[in-house]
Design a protein around this ligand. Structure first.
Ligand code: ADP
Ligand code: MG
Length: 210
């Protein structure tokens, strides 16, 4: 399965989800490859900090991404593409390459509005592939104790694409783990539980059991 984490805005949690989900998959003994498609290389930088042992990573900030990534399909059961924070031909390539597009969106109207162009592209691709491409939103960086998470769920539903039940809350552990060159999956915290729940939901979503 090739999973593309996409949102044309920066700071929506693409890299955070990509790194942690990839690690959760490796813990489940799936052969997993993390693909950094951003020439700024946040995932690459994290990989260096981690010492390189936790997750396999490759960088493909090129418009041949969709063709190049397929070559890894024999060797890896799960390939996670960390998308770039702008709309570019690379975004189209990451959509083309994907079996599943996940779009992390923080609970703010600006972030919801900013997904409009991406949603159009994703829907076009779903149509072209006759529904073979699956896509969903993930609410990221929710603030505990506010109703914004619930409101954003409702607003995202108006885009007519599924919204994952599970998402991430704003938690220090996500940034702390990066600073320490690890993921949230190296310990068992509330953040770990979020990632486990997201990966479970993704597996059900992909295999059509929900
Ligand atoms: N759920 C979260 N809780 C706390 N901090 C987060 C969370 N998700 C992301 N961050 C932090 O927000 C910043 C941007 O996140 P990042 O994953 O790099 O976004 P993107 O890849 O979409 O630009 C990073 O500093 C990251 O550590
Ligand atoms: Mg990023």
């Amino acid at each position: 399965m090739i999973i593309s984490l996409l949102n044309q805005k920066g700071g929506t949690g693409k890299t955070t989800l990509a790194v942690n989900m990839a690690r959760e998959y490796t813990k489940r003994t799936f052969k997993t490859l993390l693909v950094d498609s951003d020439s700024q290389g946040s995932a690459l930088r994290w990989h260096e900090e981690s010492g390189g042992d936790l997750i396999d990573l490759t960088c493909l900030p090129v418009t041949t991404l969709d063709k190049d990534v397929v070559k890894f399909k024999d060797r890896y059961e799960r390939i996670i593409i960390d998308g770039i924070p702008r709309m570019s031909p690379l975004t189209v390539c990451a959509i083309k390459a994907a079996d599943v597009v996940l779009m992390p969106v923080p609970p703010s109207p600006y972030d919801i509005w900013a997904t409009e162009d991406l949603v159009k592209l994703v829907k076009q691709r779903i149509e072209m592939t006759e529904g073979k491409l699956k896509a969903a939103f993930i609410v990221s960086r929710m603030i505990k104790g506010t109703t914004l998470g619930k409101e954003i769920h409702e607003q995202l539903m108006t885009y007519d694409l599924p919204v994952f039940v599970h998402g991430t809350c704003q938690r220090q552990e996500y940034a702390k783990s990066v600073a320490e060159g690890r993921t949230v999956c190296e310990a068992m915290t509330e953040a770990t539980k979020e990632i486990v729940a997201i990966v479970n939901e993704l597996e059900d979503f992909y295999h059509g059991t929900n």
